[in-house]
Design a protein around this ligand. Structure first.
Ligand code: ADP
Length: 488
């Protein structure tokens, strides 16, 4: 395929920033499709029309041929329709799949109809292509929610010659979530006659694994960092998929996520009180002061502030913080601000920590994008001691905001943060290796010691701010891989 030729890409996903977001998946699907669009590729995006989507600034258009549609899933018939959402400025065409019965609730995930929500998304994506006579070169699927598209193209829709040259790509953002259901959903999937395409061992144990099905059938598997691409071949990180991935090792490619610097740029960020660049770090200090006031913390000049913005889950290393933070806060002058929600045990821990260290620990329980920006801008350190981290975005946001990441060397954290060496002045953060309390304790103490060495600290901060993880480079790797796949 000629180097400059343009591709037809269909991207189906459960999340898309800013319409529907619970984590990094939303940022990546949006930034990647913007990149494809900006490069002149014909990209169409389909996401569910969740009741929670904020329509402000969007113009909703009826699309001929995509109204009054029905889909039979098992013994239920769903009425659905698809509209186009346009916003001002550049960007790809976003299509919203409306089916109030499935997407009318408050939640994006969970609930008894969860599998139906994403079976419908996957099949409606394929049928939308048919309705619009759009034969994609690439069907780009993301995580378990749309991981059934590859098997559908090979079974239910294999009769349609329109897809004969279509290649399917499944991007694994996090294999900790696989979409595992009882085998009774086979009927709902419409694959009762194609059970042979599914993993037989799973079926014999009365289960169906959506992500595994995608891993078996997609033409290309990508994941979101080179290190994670290697890690998931091992049982420790493979979450049961390691042998399936190892069998396809030639088709597993790690491409580090990029950052949308239009949204995450301290020089122009409208969500922070004081914009700043690496030449105006006094403005960063003002953000710190404002953030500490907002969070009810006592501002003391030269007291380092560590930020955390995360889903409070097993993956994120919160148990290490439980082991380390109470003693560290008792022993050293440090303040901590935490934004997140998730498992109750972790929420309770941060509530307790806040009450134990009033004025030095602030916890905001919930999801708050504005506060996430202000924490990036106002903190000195950013903690990500993850057990595993496919890519992670916050450490890359932190680098740009002059906030030193303290990370465990796993997945994309290992690929985007280099441990600082005061001797050579090289490096952008503090990196520890073993997943244990000693590792995190050492890393935090190292970071706090560096904080009191102003020359070293400034050097590390400016090294980080100079890093460029924009989508320009990463997006090109996707296109190159897509073209190689089409030519194969
Ligand atoms: P993951 O996708 O595993 O949650 P990432 O670091 O890749 O982790 O991406 C997380 C994204 O979600 C970032 O954009 C981060 O700012 C955002 N985020 C996570 N938790 C919250 C929260 N409680 N409030 C606001 N934004 C959050």
């Amino acid at each position: 395929m000629p180097k400059n030729s343009k591709l037809k890409i269909f991207l189906a996903c459960s999340e898309y920033t800013p319409l529907a977001k619970t984590g990094g998946l939303a940022d990546v699907s949006a930034a990647l499709s913007f990149f494809f669009d900006s490069e002149g590729h014909d990209i169409r995006v389909l996401i569910p029309f969740y009741a929670s989507i904020d329509l402000a600034g969007l113009e909703i258009e009826i699309v001929p041929g995509l109204q009054e549609l029905t889909m039979t899933l098992g013994d239920r018939v769903f009425n659905y329709w698809i509209v186009r959402a346009r916003s001002e400025g550049p960007g790809p065409d976003i299509y919203l799949l409306q089916c109030p019965e499935l997407y009318g609730g408050d939640e994006i995930y969970s609930g008894p109809d969860e599998h139906l929500r994403f079976i419908l998304l996957s099949r409606a994506a394929i049928e939308m292509c048919q309705q619009q006579a759009f034969a994609p070169d690439i069907f780009h699927c993301h995580d378990w929610h749309t991981a059934l598209v590859p098997v559908y193209l090979k079974t239910l829709y294999s009769w349609d010659r329109m897809f004969s040259a279509t290649k399917s790509v499944l991007t694994l953002h996090n294999i900790g979530y696989q979409g595992v259901f009882g085998a009774s959903v086979l009927d709902d999937m419409g694959l009762s006659d194609s059970g042979g395409e599914l993993d037989q061992e799973d079926l014999s144990h009365d289960r169906i694994n959506f992500l595994k099905t995608g891993v078996i059938h997609a033409d290309l598997l990508t994941t979101v960092s080179p290190t994670y691409a290697r890690e998931i071949l091992d049982p420790e990180y493979g979450m049961g998929l390691e042998s399936y991935l190892s069998q396809r090792v030639e088709s597993v490619v790690g491409i580090l996520n990029g950052v949308d610097y239009a949204e995450w740029n301290p020089e122009s960020d409208p969500l922070i009180p004081f914009t700043f660049s690496s030449r105006e770090l006094s403005e960063k200090e003002k953000n710190k002061q404002a953030l500490m006031e907002e969070m009810g913390l006592e501002y003391v000049f030269d007291r380092p502030l560590a930020g955390v913005v995360t889903r409070l889950t097993y993956q994120k290393g919160i148990d290490l913080m439980q082991h380390v933070l109470p003693d560290l806060l008792a022993a050293r002058d440090l303040a901590v601000v935490v934004l997140g929600s998730g498992e109750e045990e972790y929420e309770q821990f941060f509530q307790w920590l806040q009450s134990e260290f009033p004025g030095r620990v602030g916890f905001y329980q919930g999801f708050n994008n504005q506060l996430a920006h202000r924490i990036e801008a106002g903190s000195d350190l950013f903690l990500m001691p993850s057990r595993y981290e496919p890519c992670g975005l916050n450490q890359m946001y932190s680098l740009r905001y002059g906030t030193v990441p303290v990370v465990r060397a796993t997945g994309g954290l290992a690929d985007s943060v280099q441990h600082f060496d005061p001797g050579s002045g090289l490096g952008t953060g503090v990196v520890f290796h073993d997943y244990d309390a000693n590792g995190l304790r050492w890393a935090l103490n190292t970071a706090l010691d560096l904080y009191s060495n102003k020359n070293a600290w400034c050097r590390m901060v400016s090294n980080g701010m100079a890093k460029d993880y924009s989508w320009n480079e990463q997006g090109k790797i996707y296109i190159e891989r897509f073209k190689r796949l089409i030519d194969s």
